[in-house]
Each structure stands twice: as C-alpha cells, then as structure tokens.
Design a protein around this ligand. Structure first.
Ligand SMILES: Nc1ncnc2c1ncn2[C@@H]1O[C@H](COP(=O)(O)OP(=O)(O)OP(=O)(O)O)[C@@H](O)[C@H]1O
Ligand SMILES: [Mg+2]
Length: 359
C-alpha cells in the first residue's frame, strides 16, 4: 500500500529551484533515505512532506488524501507525522521519562496507558535505568535515543528525520544508525531519513533517493545504488569508482585496453560511446598471464605504478597499455611490488553503464 505519494514536486526560492520534479511512492512501513551533498534540496523536500513549506509545483498525498499542493497545504500539526530536526531538541527541564511521555499526555492518553507505553519504549531504547535523569546527565547518544523514543511513541503515520546523527561523534553515529534501523524493524513506521552520509543511508534504508542540485539522480535499494549506479554523479558519490569510456566500432565497444561485444551491454545498444563505472574492488589482480582465460572474464594487461596498504586491503594503481590508469582494491594478502606486470580480471556483471555520461 502506498503511504505517501509525491508527484512532480518542485520548490523555488526566488527564481532558483531548490527541488525539481521529485516523484516517489513510499510504501507503508518503508524506510527511505534522501541522500546527497549539502544544498541539494533534502531538507526542503522533507519540510514539504512535513507541511512546513508548500510546493511551488506538484502534489503530496498521505493515505490517498491530498495534503500538499501549490494551492492548499494541510498544516504540520494535522498530518500525524513526527519530525526530528538536526538539533535534536529534547526538553532540558524534563526527565527522560517526562520527555517521552509528553506527546501522549498532549493527546490525553489515560495515565495507566502512558506509564505502560513509556515503560516499553524505554526498554526498546535501553534507557530504563536513566528514566529519571535529565538530558544534561545523558551522553549525546542517549539524548538522541530520547528524541527518537519521543518521536516514535506517538505512533506517527510518518517519521521524518533530518540528519539526526550529525551532532554525534563517529563511533556513536555508527551505533545509532543500527539503533534507528532496529527501531524501524520494531515499529515499522514509514520513515523518511535525510542524510549526506552514504553509510548511514546504506545501513538503514529500504530504498535510497540520491539527489544532486535539487534533482533526483536515482531511486533504488542500497545494493542497486552501489552495484548499478545510474549516473556519473551517483557512481562517484557512493563509494569510489573507475570510469571507463568505450567507443563503438562495428559490433563491439572498444575501451582503452579491451573490447566488449555491444550485445553484452544492452543498455548502451543505441549509442556510439559509453561510459561505464567499475568499482576498484571489482577488479581482480593476478600475476601477468601469457593468454587470457576462457569464459566471460575480461583480462587486461597492466603494471603496478603505485600502491597503498590499508590493513584490510591494498589499493593498486595500475597503468594500462595506453597509459590510462585504473585503481584496483584487493585482499591484503595479495601483495605486488611497484613495477610488477599483472593481469586484471574484470567480470562483465560488475560494469555499470551510466545513463547520463557520454565522455
Ligand atoms: N528559505 C530559503 N530561502 C532561500 N533559499 C533557500 C531557503 N532554504 C533553502 N534554500 C536554498 O535551497 C537549496 C536547498 O537547500 P536545503 O536546505 O534543502 O539543502 P540540504 O540538501 O538540506 O543541504 P544540507 O545538507 O546542507 O542541510 C540551497 O541552495 C539553499 O541555499
Ligand atoms: Mg539540510
């Protein structure tokens, strides 16, 4: 079932669009991340979902009912949504318990039910022991869990989170992104999560919306986004990659040091030129072979010109026959020296044809 239907939404500030042509159907219980660099329009989109700002174009519907259009916007307080802002304000003069209970009291829930539900919620976020403490007596991560508990306990139709972990240090962030996913698994609240941290989006999301300059670049599962980036922007924003350009010559695309029959790149069939993304750890490095192996592997000869050891992997910079360079990331026990002649094995499955790039 579609919980939230966003159709061709755009928002201008002056003459400049901050969000352009954003369309997305969010299923009931789905966890969606809006991911992209600073200024790409994530907060603007989230605030339109929350009802704090109206769209310049397009519509937003919740459970089939129109809640936002350029002519009419249902105010935030009537949307049954909870939003956590980047600076997670929890009330400093209330204890953990009071903070979490507040939303239920506002909704006139009977006292006995409040104490039961708050008790259960504090168990979930592991703050039972801290129930009577004040925010100043909590760590950053604990305060963040109070904010989450407070937002989730009112069982909102949709939970909106705007960079909720950005105030935390790296270790806590890592812990909390798992915590957020755990809360989601427990309560199944439809969630839209804004972040510019790809790891956060990867860990928590069912689907990720990658945005750049107000536009949607790709909407897909974390695996698909990583394995099959649609555009040059997505390929380089999510992890590292090599870009390889191939030109059509008869029935094949010729890359700098290898050829691929054009029928093996069906999504490029109409083009004269393609750019593919190849992740560094999708490149196998073996000692130089006399002849290429059978099967679907592409084998390219090259030599090691630089290397860096990271403990859990090696990065090798490999120079190919035409002097172009490729980065390969391999297991830490596969050690090569600078100057070694090697062969690179590439699986066609790991080449991702980009839709937007022609050079
Ligand atoms: N009230 C406003 N008036 C004018 N321009 C605005 C306003 N709010 C946002 N913008 C502009 O709209 C664009 C998108 O801003 P937005 O806050 O949505 O970005 P963001 O993706 O959330 O970035 P960040 O990761 O830095 O929070 C930016 O260029 C910003 O300067
Ligand atoms: Mg923002």
């Amino acid at each position: 079932m579609t919980k939230l239907k966003i159709t061709n939404v755009g928002r201008d500030y002056g003459n400049t669009p901050a969000v352009e042509d954003f369309s997305l159907d969010i299923a009931d219980g789905e966890f969606i991340s809006l991911l992209g660099p600073s200024g790409c329009g994530k907060t603007t989109m989230l605030r339109m979902i929350a009802g704090f700002i109206e769209p310049s174009r397009g519509t937003i519907a919740l459970n089939g009912q129109m809640i936002s259009s350029p002519s009419a916007v249902l105010p935030p307080e009537h949307r049954s949504m909870s939003m956590i802002f980047q600076s997670y304000a929890i009330w400093p003069n209330m204890t953990v318990y009071q903070n979490v209970a507040f939303g239920l009291e506002l909704r006139k829930v009977p006292a006995s039910e409040i104490s039961r539900r708050v008790g259960e919620m504090l168990e979930v976020v592991q703050l039972t022991v801290q129930a009577s403490r004040y925010p100043a007596e909590l760590s950053g991560g604990q305060q963040q869990r109070v904010a989450l508990a407070r937002a989730v306990i009112v069982q909102p139709e949709v939970l909106l989170l705007d960079e909720p972990l950005s105030n935390l240090d790296a270790n806590l962030r890592e812990e909390m992104r798992l915590e957020i996913r755990r809360m989601h698994n427990e309560f199944k609240i439809t969630t839209v999560y804004v972040t510019h941290d790809q790891a956060e989006a990867m860990v928590a999301s069912d689907r990720i919306v990658v945005m750049s300059k107000g536009r949607v670049e790709q909407i897909a599962s974390p695996r698909e986004i990583y394995r099959s980036p649609a555009t040059r922007f997505v390929a380089s924003f999510i992890g590292r990659t090599n870009f390889l350009t191939g030109r059509r010559n008869g029935a094949a695309f010729e890359f700098s040091a290898f050829k691929i029959p054009s029928d093996r790149l069906p999504s490029a069939s109409e083009r004269d030129q393609v750019v593919v993304s190849l992740r560094p750890h999708s490149v196998g490095v073996v000692p130089r072979r006399a002849s290429p192996p059978d099967g679907r592997l592409i084998s390219i000869d090259g030599s090691v010109v630089d290397r860096a050891y990271f403990g859990d992997h090696w990065d090798y910079s490999i120079k190919l026959a035409d002097d172009s360079m490729l980065i390969a990331s391999v297991e830490p026990y596969l050690e090569y020296q600078i100057g070694d002649n090697v062969s690179l094995d590439i699986d066609l499955e790991h080449l991702s044809v980009l839709t937007d790039a022609t050079t």
